[in-house]
Design a protein around this ligand. Structure first.
Ligand code: AMP
Length: 629
């Protein structure tokens, strides 16, 4: 089929289009309406319908492929590999569901998941979906303050965690950070379920902490049927950073998400039942939700869940998995490719990669040299796709399952079906109609199935943060700049807000600033994202010390820099640690006191900051220039 027609139909006849896609999933009760957009910008997909994500990901495959591989867990950290068939996964998920029920979890309750990349994390997510509980996975790299704010927002009945993760062979304890976070949080979970991997000793809080292995052994044969939930029932919340310091809980529905993922497996990710999908992300991020756990399983595929680094024991480890499990679709991030690019290219030739239909890359801009290198080395199509935690699945991509179209390196491709993408002039609010004009990437409402329903318990924040009415139409802002060429291919040019993207991890600069400000000797701080060859961007902090006399020499400055980094590590996690903390006596501000963030970033990247006539103290930027060299 012609993709342009496919896309046009999805926008002009959304009901007919999505009703067709909805046939890709099982419904316990058919829906009454496809799209209800009577209260914009809120949209309801498949109202009246009842389904269950776990049923679609696991149970429904029992009839046709019970012994096919479902979850392949590989850890190069602890040298273990476990393969679960759909039948075995079904049993494990029921055990986990029985445990959660025993611990008091009911439909609609939140279960917070703070876990490394272990199979039990996937069991937990699927078990929650099974019983209608709402999971809230927090990335394992976040530390106690980040975790505490998420616990407070989700107010979970139960938290599921583990003794430790492992990175590059080094044990990374989780439980101490979790205990600290629970102490800081106002909302207290009734129970903490601990998966003890035997990696790190930890203290148990009597009456609160429960042992997974002990409870599992009680429920070896417990049957827990799927709870049929309304299409609109929240399946999960996932926190993401924005302009303000408090992270937002992106709330996802059940029916729309299930349909969107099933359709994306077919049209975008080229997956077929019985094949193997390998996404190298982490369950703490949206890619892990959509394309490690739910998407591939809904599509009847085996999914590889990998704990470890891409270069350990050597840079061939991912490709060895592609060969061993005949991976057909692989999903990773540009930073990982840039890491591999620094290794011996012979590793790419060592394995039979002929099963691979395509390598999908997302999460951050894919620069042309990286795209060219991996495309030539792999000899397989590289498909860049652009999306966000909020949308849950791609906004821009090539939909080669519909029609094979050429890639253009540097571009994530065309607007995906269901997304009415527009480029809007920031100053006038008018649509850019000519090619190659830069505008804000916006999506005209309604958002398609699978996207966020709202901000968890904060409809007002959802409306205020993301939506504007232009010419009477509700428009969702992605907060990214973009241009479109004459063929309809988009190019993403970076964020319009204060969000930065470090190695594909989205971080709010305000969160990092708040953390740094808690150091006793910090009077003021500004954090900006600075271009980096490997990670795309890194965070750089500019600090005005309260007591500048403590910064007499280089050794003293390095000491304070180290202390500040430790504060960020312990509060937010190493993922948010700035690459440098530099000390200044003034920050570039306007006369009305507004921080000139873009100017600061430009100078830190050795670019021209542009018109600086509004700056209060011109020496501020000179100091930055001198520091960054
Ligand atoms: P996250 O919500 O963590 O997935 O981050 C979403 C943001 O990452 C987007 O708003 C973009 O700024 C950036 N992003 C994601 N994918 C791409 C891509 N393929 N090309 C350019 N930027 C991307």
């Amino acid at each position: 089929m012609n993709y342009a027609d496919f896309h046009r139909r999805s926008i002009e006849e959304p009901d007919a289009f999505w009703a067709e896609q909805a046939k890709l999933v099982d419904w316990h009760k058919p829906f009454d309406t496809v799209c209800d957009y009577s209260k914009p910008p809120f949209v309801t997909w498949f109202a009246g319908g009842q389904t269950n994500l776990c049923h679609n990901a696991v149970d429904r495959h029992l009839a046709t492929r019970p012994d096919d591989k479902a979850l392949i867990w590989v850890s190069t950290e602890v040298d273990k590999e476990v393969v679960y068939s759909f039948r075995e996964l079904h049993a494990e998920v029921q055990r986990m569901a029985a445990i959660l029920r025993e611990l008091g979890v009911k439909k609609g309750d939140r279960v917070l998941v703070y876990m490394p990349m272990i199979a039990e994390a996937a069991f937990t997510m699927l078990a929650c979906a099974r019983i209608g509980a709402i999971h809230s996975v927090v990335f394992g790299g976040f530390a106690s303050v980040s975790l505490a704010s998420r616990i407070d927002n989700a107010a979970p009945t139960v938290i599921v965690s583990a003794d430790a993760g492992s990175r590059a062979g080094k044990v990374v304890p989780y439980k101490g950070l979790l205990d600290e976070a629970i102490k800081l949080a106002k909302a207290k979970p009734t129970k903490v379920l601990m998966v003890d991997r035997g990696l790190a000793k930890f203290e148990r809080s009597a009456g609160r902490d429960e042992d997974y292995a002990t409870l599992r052994s009680k429920h070896m044969n417990t049957q827990v049927p799927c709870e049929w939930v309304d299409s609109t029932h929240p399946s999960y919340t996932l926190y993401t950073s924005g302009t303000t310091g408090t992270p937002k809980g992106v709330q996802r529905d059940t029916g729309g998400y299930c349909v969107a993922l099933a359709a994306s497996m077919k049209h975008i990710y080229l997956g077929k039942p019985g094949e193997t999908y390998f996404s190298t992300s982490d369950i703490g991020w949206v890619v892990g939700h959509s394309y490690i756990v739910y998407g591939p399983l809904i599509g009847g595929m085996a999914t590889i869940m990998y704990e470890g680094l891409p270069i350990r024991p050597d840079a061939g480890v991912w490709w060895s998995l592609v060969e061993k499990y005949k991976v057909t679709s692989m999903f990773s991030a540009p930073t990982a490719v840039r890491v591999l690019k620094k290794q011996d290219p012979a590793y790419l030739k060592k394995y039979d990669l002929s099963s691979l239909r395509a390598l999908f890359l997302a999460g951050e801009p894919l620069d042309e040299p990286t795209a060219t290198w991996i495309s030539e080395s792999l000899g397989r199509p590289i498909i860049d796709n652009y999306w966000q935690t909020e949308t849950g699945w791609p906004i821009l991509s090539l939909c080669n399952g519909v029609e094979q179209l050429p890639s253009k390196f540097g571009s994530p491709g065309l607007a995906v079906y269901g997304y009415n993408v527009k480029l809007i002039d920031e100053a006038t609010g008018k649509e850019m109609t000519h090619s190659d004009e830069k505008g804000v990437v916006m999506i005209e409402g309604p958002l398609p199935p699978g996207c966020m329903q709202t901000v968890w318990q904060d409809d007002e924040r959802f409306v205020k943060t993301y939506w504007t009415v232009l010419d009477g139409k509700h428009m969702y802002s992605t907060f990214d700049w973009g241009v479109r060429d004459k063929d309809g291919y988009y190019f993403i040019l970076g964020r319009t807000d204060d969000v930065i993207n470090v190695a594909g991890h989205r971080l709010g600069t305000r969160e990092i600033e708040e953390s740094i400000s808690s150091h006793a000797n910090v009077a003021e701080v500004a954090v900006v994202g600075v271009a980096d060859q490997l990670k795309g961007q890194v965070a750089m902090a500019f600090v005005i010390a309260k007591d500048a006399s403590a910064l007499g020499d280089q050794a003293a400055r390095l000491k304070l820099e180290g202390e500040i980094m430790k504060v960020v590590d312990s509060q937010l996690g190493a993922v948010a640690r700035p690459s440098r903390v530099l000390f200044v006596t003034a920050l570039p501000k306007t006369r009305s006191g507004k921080l000139l963030r873009r100017a600061l970033q430009a100078v830190a990247e050795h670019r021209d900051p542009g018109d600086m006539s509004t700056i209060e103290d011109p020496t501020a930027l000179q100091q930055v220039k001198a520091l960054v060299g």
